[in-house]
Write a protein that binds this ligand. Structure first.
Ligand SMILES: [Zn+2]
Length: 90
C-alpha cells in the first residue's frame, strides 16, 4: 500500500481584524463594525453621534423625549361636517 495523498497544507483563510463585515458610516464615511456601533441604526451610522448629527435626533432618545419641532404644522383641517338638521315636521 502506497500512501499517495500527503497532508495537505490548507491555506488559512484571510480575515480582517474582525471576522465581522465592516460597514461604512453614512455620515462620516468611516469603516466600522456594526456590532460596536453605539447608534440605534448601527447598520447606517458608526456611532450615535453620527446618528444624532445626521438625523438631528437619536432614535433611542425618541422613546424618552420628543424632537424639537422644525416648523409649526398647520392645524389639521377638519372635514367640513354639515350639521344634520333634524327634519322639521310642521
Ligand atoms: Zn460616523
Amino acid at each position: 500500500m502506497v500512501e499517495t495523498s500527503g497532508p495537505e497544507s490548507t491555506p488559512t483563510p484571510v480575515f480582517g481584524p474582525d471576522s465581522e463585515e465592516m460597514l461604512r458610516c453614512t455620515r462620516c464615511e468611516l469603516r466600522y463594525v456594526p456590532s460596536k456601533s453605539t447608534s440605534s441604526l448601527r447598520l447606517t451610522y458608526c456611532s450615535f453621534l453620527c446618528e444624532l448629527g445626521d438625523l438631528g435626533f437619536s432614535i433611542a432618545g425618541l422613546e424618552h423625549m420628543e424632537p424639537q419641532p422644525k416648523a409649526i404644522e398647520a392645524p389639521a383641517v377638519e372635514p367640513e361636517q354639515q350639521p344634520t338638521e333634524p327634519a322639521i315636521v310642521e
